[in-house]
Design a protein around this ligand. Structure first.
Ligand code: CA
Length: 230
């Protein structure tokens, strides 16, 4: 029987994953914090590790990095609560093999688990090989290289500005509320007012729209923001 270690602090996610994987005949061990997970992974000889990123005591990225430095080569699947470019890039750089963004369907998790077990340990995250490029008008966002170009000109953004732009371009032509943007670009655990979104939209506009045509970032009064051509 294949042994899986699940390191996750949200009880409902734990029971959802554990139940599903047990029904698929995996033997699932659970750690509810990062430090316990790290210790169990060192000792347990697991075939695969499912690792949440936001964990008490030791975050998933640190756990992953330390396991790799201890030569633990079991495939690691990250769970991330937010679709933030940062988390994923840092996570994959720390030695994880794949990641899944919450919320996900069990069938998606199972597919990743089976693919990782088939590929075996230490493989490079496959999706990283296919280009992750978003293009709109003369704006180009390369989510692999984390670069932004407007009209062929490189635009340097901070991590928050970048995440904000990524949310906009992934949803181009769609109005996103300030709350949508807040959840996409900031850690939802931070208690920020939505006016921080307006501040960062202004930063983004200065860098992205003020010197270029057409203007792409538009305010929808009373609703939020949209990426579209005027
Ligand atoms: Ca968590």
């Amino acid at each position: 029987m294949r042994k899986i270690l699940l390191v996750e602090d949200e009880i409902n996610v734990v029971s959802f994953i554990k139940k599903g994987l047990s029904e698929e005949n995996f033997e699932v061990s659970v750690a509810l914090d990062g430090l316990t997970g790290f210790r169990m992974a060192l000792e347990g000889n697991f075939d695969l590790i499912i690792l949440d990123i936001m964990l008490p005591d030791k975050n998933g990225i640190e756990v992953c990095r330390d396991l790799r430095s201890q030569s633990i080569s079991a495939p690691i699947l990250f769970l991330t609560a937010l679709n933030t470019a940062d988390n994923v890039a840092v996570g994959l750089n720390s030695g994880a093999d794949d990641y899944l963004v919450k919320p996900f369907k069990f069938i998606e998790l199972l597919a990743r688990v089976n693919a990782l077990l088939r590929r075996g340990a230490g493989q490079i995250f496959e999706a990283a090989k296919k280009p992750n490029i978003y293009q709109f008008s003369n704006l180009k966002v390369d989510d692999d290289a984390k670069t932004v170009e407007r009209n062929g000109e490189n635009i340097s953004l901070t991590a928050t500005e970048y995440r904000l732009l990524l949310a906009l371009i992934r949803n181009k032509g769609k109005v996103l509320s300030r709350l949508d943007l807040l959840e996409s670009a900031w850690d939802i655990n931070f208690n920020l007012g939505t006016n921080v979104v307006d501040v960062y939209i202004n930063y983004l506009r200065k860098k992205l729209d003020s010197n270029f045509e057409p203007k792409l970032i538009h305010t929808v009064i009373g609703m939020g923001y949209i990426l579209k051509e005027a």
